[in-house]
Design a protein around this ligand. Structure first.
Ligand code: NAP
Length: 257
């Protein structure tokens, strides 16, 4: 039995799908009540309050922890602690955790929390596997949706690059790690197929949506975190294993140009 937290999310959804396709007995955790589906049992629970967590973890041989609350990033550490404590009470299931490339090198609030959760998992005494990935295509796409809501010039930070990856490809790797015979500790990072400037990504996005907008790159990201991103610590060009490109994603998300 494999429990997936964050099973309704961008990553967790395709993780659940892959595990079901592999014939696993999949359980999903969500804060909302959901109807059961063939091969998928839902548990209503909240990692922040702790409600329903013990019941969800009961009987799990593996837990894939994809739940996260970026709007309340400080909640992720106590939420992960609750999950680890519940897992310990149930024996010693294999805990598979998804993290982000560069969380240990970029002093950005959400990344600090992700790094703290990584350390919690490593020190939990549970068998564990941690995979770090770069940004999913859906993230810059959502940012560009917001930036283009108001008419006029679209500005993005100067010198910022990204290596976006397909969430389904990360989900496939995570599912394989969950189905593997045993834990693998920290595995090799996973990055998208190409490193692009955000200006290039924005221009591709505008073209995909047929929008004509002036683009400006006025200033670099400020501060220490900005420097970490400018220096590319969130990139992993040596692990550019993703296949689906940003342009392929855009074409499928917004239709052919
Ligand atoms: N997005 C990226 O670019 C990216 C890149 C690398 C790694 N990651 C990591 O991948 C993971 C998943 O990201 P995502 O983009 O798929 O997130 P997402 O789409 O925002 O989904 C978040 C999930 O977390 C669940 N959740 C939030 N708070 C919860 C709580 N208190 N208790 C239980 N469940 C809770 C939500 O479930 P309900 O709403 O159903 O309760 C939802 O399924 C995160 O750890 C993230 O850091 C993301």
């Amino acid at each position: 039995m494999i429990l997936v937290t964050g099973a309704t999310g961008t990553l967790g959804g395709p993780v659940v799908q892959r595990l079901r396709e592999a014939g696993a007995d999949v359980h999903g955790l969500s804060r909302r009540e959901r109807e059961p589906e063939p091969g998928l049992t839902w548990h209503k629970g909240d990692l922040w309050t702790g409600d329903g967590v013990d019941a969800a973890v009961e009987g799990a041989e593996t837990i894939v922890h994809c739940a996260s609350d970026p709007l309340h990033p400080k909640r992720d550490l106590p939420a992960a602690r609750r999950l680890v404590e519940a897992a310990r009470r149930q024996g010693a299931p294999h805990l598979v955790y998804i993290s982000i490339v560069g969380v240990d090198r970029i002093p950005y609030g959400y990344y600090r929390t992700k790094h703290a959760v990584e350390r919690l998992v490593e020190d939990s005494g549970l068998p564990y596997t941690i995979l770090r990935a770069t940004q999913f295509h859906t993230l810059p796409n959502a940012v560009f949706d917001i930036l283009t809501k108001v008419p006029g010039v679209v500005a993005v930070p100067r010198g910022l690059r990204d290596q976006p990856i397909d969430a389904a490809e990360v989900a496939a790797r995570l599912a394989d790690l969950a189905l593997a015979a045993g834990p693998a500790r920290r595995v090799a990072d996973m990055g998208g197929p190409e490193v692009l400037t955000v200006e290039e990504m924005l221009r591709d996005y505008l073209a995909a949506r047929g929008l004509r907008r002036p683009v400006r790159v006025p200033l670099p990201l400020p501060g220490k975190a900005g420097r970490g991103f400018r220096d590319g610590h969130h990139l992993t060009p040596d692990h550019a294993v993703g296949k689906r490109t940003w342009r392929q994603f855009l074409e499928e998300a917004h239709g052919p140009r």
